[in-house]
Design a protein around this ligand. Sequence first.
Ligand code: ADP
Ligand code: MG
Length: 701
Amino acid sequence: MKRAGGPSPALSAAGEAPLGTLPGVGPRVAEKLAARGLLTLQDLWLQLPRQYEDRTCIVAIRDVRPGLAVQVEGVVEAVERGFRYRPMLRVAIVDDSRSTLVLRFFHFRATQVAQFAPGVRVRCYGTPRAGQHGLEIVHPSYRILEHDESALGEQLDPVYPAIEGIGPGTLRRLIGLALDKLPDESALELLPSDMRRERDLPSLREALLTVHRPAKDADRGALLAGTHPAQRRLALEELLAHHLSLRRQRIALQQHSAACLAGSGALPRRLIAALPFALSGAQQRVYAQVRADLSRPTPMLRLVQGDVGSGKTVVAALAALLAVEAGKQVALMAPTELLAEQHLATVRGWLEPLDVRVTWLAGKVTGKARAAALAEVASGSAQVVIGTHALMQEGVLFRDLALAIVDEQHRFGVHQRLALRDKGLGDAVPHQLVMTATPIPRTLAMAAYADLDVSSIDELPPGRTPVNTVALGAQRRPELVERIRSACAEGRQAYWVCTLIDDSDEVVAQAAQSTFEALSAALPELRIGLVHGRMKAAVKQSTMRAFKDGQLDLLVATTVIEVGVDVANASLMIVENAERLGLAQLHQLRGRVGRGSAASSCVLLYQSPLSMLARQRLETMRQTHDGFVIAERDLELRGPGELLGTRQTGLAGFRVADLMRDADLLPLVHDMADRLLAQAPAAADRIIARWVGGAARYAAA
Ligand code: ADP
Ligand code: MG
């Protein structure tokens, strides 16, 4: 991974010093820290507490409540050492409020027992719970007090996320030592002071010290919620760093040139005239945005997001025609062979009547056919090339690739995208159009795709009816067989989707096979097809085609039908083990029905008992059809890392920031990024190096 700029010498000296330089960190401890990605002093500065313990005051035992951590102090009243299934020690302490609290231990040493002589003063910290005889604290942290000892903590005590093999006390001490080496503000601070003053932001140094060593009157609630100004300051800088790094990549891309595709638009107009439908307003708007991008001499990098069925393909085809009109080539890449084949059929149907040559290039194209396809691609006679990731393999040489279209981009990593980009000529790089049906919540899109422009097809073509969704326990399966029988008797088509916890192709394929057999036996009058990932592409393809053409009534399938497949007459879908699928996947699947004008239903079968999370997911599916709402819920339930794929974005690698919690900072992040890039580009590079440079190091590992 490239680093956008090196840290200054002052910074390297302080923050980048390896942990071996701290007293008490030998090779073994260093190794354990490294296993958690903690390599430098700075990594320890940014290792934030997940809890705080308040040892600055003593709570009267009378006021203690179950579930709330407290520090109490009292005199040992009685000690009981027993054995019931396992050894146990109970120590009753009483305080000035004349109330008693029990300290209970299951692991203890003889010396400990001896310590608790009646009359001894004990100060302890822990979370009380209701025991057999009143409140008790199990395994409190405690200290025996000397006669005159009374000093209390000055600050809230931080509790750090546990690190295997390193005790909490040691970790706290090491982080304390690292903090003692925090440089002066002048060496540490990277945000220009005017920006900080405007927003009343604490300095980085202040923020770190506040978070690690909060004063006893600090707002503990805010600290625990992660909303304290000190934490917000850190989150802000981290978000800023990620945003700047994406902006830098974008700026680097803009240094390249790209073909100006500024033709008359006559060819796309002919397609629009030939379509059996009128473009929706949203499609027209997005096409206009794409067209404006393509007419510029710098590479387009645009994400088109639109819910399943919103009609992204036709927008892609129109963009392709702009390139063809300019005498250039287009590549259209889909994540699965099935989907690529469907694009091939659709796009051929639209473009060949306009005398555009559409060439097929997938992994299964081999031998002579492959050689012929490669020759067409190299000579330029292939104007639009459609395929899977095989398009990016070495040996695929375009004569003049000007536009690369990537469908369902969440399946591809950034690197694959870049590989396609590199297939341009000389210094010119192809324009890129990326399409996704996984709507990305606005907040996330701003953070994740600062290197992309985003267009949304936020309107479905007219005439779609919402899908009626129900969730049923798996024991109701037999009823569904009847439901399929009657739906198909009315000339409708149905999907039966098999999923399993084990997503090895083979096991799922077997399950699909046996479901297929069971349904064939139960519904002998129906024409039933089977599609799964283990079948030959040609067989899959012909079964899908038969279903599409209405020659099959019921299609038993695995989630291979998830993306993009389009059959308007299918109006009933049954999803087995729906509780195991994520929201995005369920939404994608459901998008396969409700494409025609008939009222459609989707039945989500689940195995009891449902986990809390699964219940919420199914409930969300019943409540809404809006892909953006579903994506927002998905983000809440799963967190951004999973939504986008960690490796793809590095977003899950945030140390401090939390996109859900800190989303409101993003407008400020954008504003500050603009100003930094314009006024203090060197500071921008150092901010990237501080926060992202290290993360890139782990991502590359
Ligand atoms: P997706 O955005 O999920 O890729 P598709 O491009 O596959 O959606 O389009 C879904 C279906 O809607 C296709 O059958 C397509 O021909 C049809 N379609 C696209 N745009 C319109 C429109 N404006 N009016 C009616 N049907 C449309
Ligand atoms: Mg699609």
